[in-house]
Design a protein around this ligand. Sequence first.
Ligand SMILES: [Zn+2]
Length: 289
Amino acid sequence: MVIDIHVHPFCKEAAVTPDVQEAVKRMFDPLEPQRREVVQKGFTYLFTQRSIEDIIREMDGAGVEKACIVAMDLTTHYGVELVTNEDVARIASAYPDRFIPFASVDPSMGRAAVDKLVHAVKDLGCRGLKLVPPVQHFDFSDPKHYPLWETALELGIPVWTHAAHQRSHPDSDARLGHPMLVEPVALRYPDLTIILGHCGFPWPWDTWSLVIRHPNVYVDISVFHDLYGHMPWDAYVKYGAENKVLFATDYPLRGGFNDTLTALRNLNLPADFERKILGENAMRLLELG
Ligand SMILES: [Zn+2]
């Protein structure tokens, strides 16, 4: 069983607010016009020509059985939502065997973010929270966000956070992606499940340190499949954390499902470790068993 815990359902069945053209303009304004046009074309294609069935076909082709599909709320910084909580909930309820919906909220919105998360989980059926501190421009360690972590804990959902630098958005603040910003939250809420997204690059050892010390902190292996040689795979095994590494791709932003799958398989990790990464760990974490 292969489970991808980080997929963006960019397709006709999902929405961009206010619209693709304006959203790309706001998010990629500092890019030179030609590059922005490429992004514009790519996004327009995905949101007008691709359907969720196309994504499922690609999953089938690669042998990916289930995927966590994520919303992205960038309201404060850009006034943009790239797929809404309603979208992921609706898509997942149409294909309950294939998709697990992850909501997104904008932590800088304080109480409104907390309320939005409660609504997404209790009313819409979302089963996780997805956050992107370098682009949402918030500090994961700031005590003002504690109510959000307490709410996630009460709701019993995992918090997935982008724990890496970010090259896609020209004005993203890499410092806010540092995995060590999660440390005080992991210490204060030891029962809160936190997934450090994107291998923690360029801080793979800091990430490893968090994962091996905090029982409920995990890492996903999306995006940096070209740098897998720099990831401390053996150290995860040596320190008993082989149950805490999760397969993810960030599809479609870093190629198809096969790019990551092939890079992982080429590592020739011990077969049981590979099996755990590909699906067993996510099964347990997401209680899919
Ligand atoms: Zn992503």
